[in-house]
Ligand binder design. Structure first.
Ligand SMILES: [Zn+2]
Length: 253
């Protein structure tokens, strides 16, 4: 029991730290900047951040979301990504334990978090990022296949073709990046859960974007990235598909 709690705290800490790294990768990758060598700076006053400014979540709270030197507001995306990564890493451990699916889960969350940062910041999902993760998921789904083993491949194809069809029909509502992302997600999830992910992405997109429009937080003409909804949908399907399908079958059949 104690050892499990130690693991849980360790994985939570790992997630918070990785979340901080995913922010850096997501912000710098589309600008073709190195995310290993240069230190982070405040974009306004060029104050170089020290360890005190880089503690995940806590630094943001302690600084009340402002630069230590010039008081420029720090984007809440940083602590949101850190906290979400930490919590999702911990949830993965609680669900899967020390199983190979935990590794798949942690890498899947990592990809989704970086995509979240690039898409919400630049409205862009870099090919380079998806091409980095694609072979990893293909290999991991060979080592630990879905049932049947080819479910990964039809899941991937279904993700690609469904979004391709929507791009053609909606003439620009979604981008090629969303389509490729859904293809990679399909390999991890398999056919049924890919459609479930897509269903939830559309549901979240309608409710959240609709809500923001009603509250006049966004403009009708302003383009909204769809990636974050795909990410939410994929996480819902990945973690809760079994419970959702069971509930659906129990309730309606
Ligand atoms: Zn500053």
């Amino acid at each position: 029991m104690i050892i499990q709690i130690v693991y849980l705290i360790y994985i939570l800490g790992l997630g918070l730290t990785f979340g901080s790294f995913f922010n850096v990768v997501g912000l710098r990758l589309p600008l073709k900047q190195s995310f290993v060598h240069s230190r982070s700076q405040c974009p306004t006053c060029e104050y170089t951040l020290t360890w005190r400014d880089l503690i995940p979540v806590f630094s943001y709270l302690f600084l009340r979301g402002k630069c230590r030197r010039c008081g420029t507001k720090i984007s809440p995306i940083y602590p949101i990504v850190e906290l979400t990564t930490g919590v999702l890493f911990a949830v993965s451990y609680l669900i899967f334990g020390l199983h190979i699916e935990l590794l798949i889960s942690l890498i899947f969350i990592s990809m989704l978090m970086i995509v979240f940062v690039t898409d919400i910041t630049y409205m862009l999902i870099p090919d380079k990022l998806l091409l980095f993760f694609l072979p990893i998921f293909v290999i991991l789904r060979i080592i630990h296949p879905l049932n049947p083993w080819w479910d990964s491949y039809i899941g991937g194809l279904a993700g690609l073709f469904t979004l391709a069809l929507i791009i053609i029909l909606s003439r620009g509502g979604m981008g090629a990046g969303d389509m490729k992302l859904m293809g990679v997600i399909g390999i991890v999830l398999g056919l049924q859960d890919t459609y479930l992910a897509f269903f939830f992405a559309t549901l979240y997109g309608t409710v959240i974007s609709g809500g923001l429009l009603l509250l006049k937080k966004i403009d009708r003409k302003q383009p909204i990235p769809f990636g974050p909804y795909i990410i939410l949908g994929a996480l819902t399907a990945y973690f809760f598909a079994d419970s959702i399908v069971k509930w659906y079958v129990d309730t309606l059949w």
